[in-house]
Design a protein around this ligand. Sequence first.
Ligand code: AMP
Length: 206
Amino acid sequence: MRIILLGAPGAGKGSQAKKIAAKYGLPHISTGDIFRSLRPDTELGRLFNEYSAKGQLVPDDVVLKIVEERLAQDDCKNGFIMDGFPRTIPQAQAFEKAIHADVALNFQVDNSILMDRLTGRWTCKKCGTPYHVSTLGGATVCHCGGELIQRDDDKAETVSKRLAVYESQTKPLIDFYAQCGILKNLDASKPIDEVFEKIVQILDNL
Ligand code: AMP
């Protein structure tokens, strides 16, 4: 199964990708996580920091190269879950030319919910687990012992920019995948387990 997760930042793609990966034994490929794992003193790491700090997308050619390298690895032979890619029409066109996806799951959530989820998100520096500040009760460490931090790009000003970038550059992918005939819409404002049940129904009927 080749699965694409579409949706604005904060729509819950990462959480659902982990659950899908565990149930179906597929690799979870998050381009954001790949970028964040780069050492900041490398050329690519610096480039990423420059764009993400402004809430902007990394140029298409850079992203496409990283995705191509990742998909060439053995664990992607039987499929994958793409989380955060493609994010522009040129990325989607290049990807479709090389590999047909089986389904594009579109996570629909109102902007007010997204703002709250992102600006209230604290992420473990060590394992990447996200938490909402309202559930932390003042805790500053993750269950793994890692320090919880607010990602620079989850600060209010940058979040507004990321949502604007989503509207202008990524939202057009909804029509793109509808035209490919593989789009499935989901109400992603619902609780995590409910959204996952819907996803399982869709995937089991492909
Ligand atoms: P994410 O964690 O998916 O929100 O990604 C964090 C940041 O990584 C984004 O704000 C972009 O700067 C960059 N990024 C991740 N995926 C892509 C992509 N497919 N195209 C361009 N930039 C990306």
